[in-house]
Design a protein around this ligand. Sequence first.
Ligand code: CP
Length: 317
Amino acid sequence: MRSFLGRDILSLRDFERAEYFRVFQVADDLAPYARNRRNGELLKHKTLVTAFYQPSTRTRLATEAAMHRLGGRVVGFSDVKMTRAGDFYQESIKDTVHMLEYYGDVIAMRHFQQGAPAEAARWASVPVINCGDGWGEHPTQVLTDLYTTWKELGTLDGLKVLLVGDMRMRTMHSILYAMSQFDMEAFVVSPPEMSLLPEFKAELDARSVRYREVPAAADVVGEADVIYMEPVVQPDYTKSRDERAGEVGQTPGAYRITRELLRDKGKRGAIVLHSLPRMDELPLDVDTTRHARYWIEAFNGVVMRMALLALVLGAVE
Ligand code: CP
């Protein structure tokens, strides 16, 4: 297995099976810090730089919380308009990163341009963690999703996963790449205008990822062990910021997972994951079903980022 020391976490495209389990193991080892709400000292000599060019609640704060839990320091920005990249100068990623690399020991970046964290990694002498790039990928979220599934169901192999929502989403790309490393099968449900792109499907085929496109969630929900959701009422992820203008649309029934659907057709032990935030595709009353696992993901999201920070900074092998 490749060492994680100094490594960029940009994509799950080439993440290897053993590496998932190593990350899960480290997450388990570090979880007591978060569970006991006690900050440790593992990274007390290290500083995280967060560079968020797009809004975030979970990813930025979970990554920052993870650094605090391990005793590290955090500097960064969450509003690009207050930096030189977001004003008259439109400062380039290269120039920005040449500054940031001296302000800390690891950079966590979210950007509206696909590939921006990879571009940052070309110029940074410290590891770069992709916290979501345009429609590209969202590796730390999907590592959290897979870790949650593994904890809840005890395995990843042999599972059938129903993917519902906008298949242009970065989470959907990362999870489908990850499936190449496990004996998993996906049902893919999305509106036609949000379906998997032909070039991405060709890549999945080349990687022997098993998936089948299906018109409606109700058609296959009875076979799914894991239901993984994204909205279809979405902002434009290629924009730095997409404000809501007036009324937003409603999610068609084919792309909603309701309490009634789970009751009438769902597998007894199926779990529902959602990267959040949600719209109306996942009604609030699903929260109190036995299927909901998206709040456990809030905890696991911190633990996963603790594992990744500890690994890339060499605090654990
Ligand atoms: N899951 C996720 O990426 O959420 P945020 O946009 O709030 O970070």
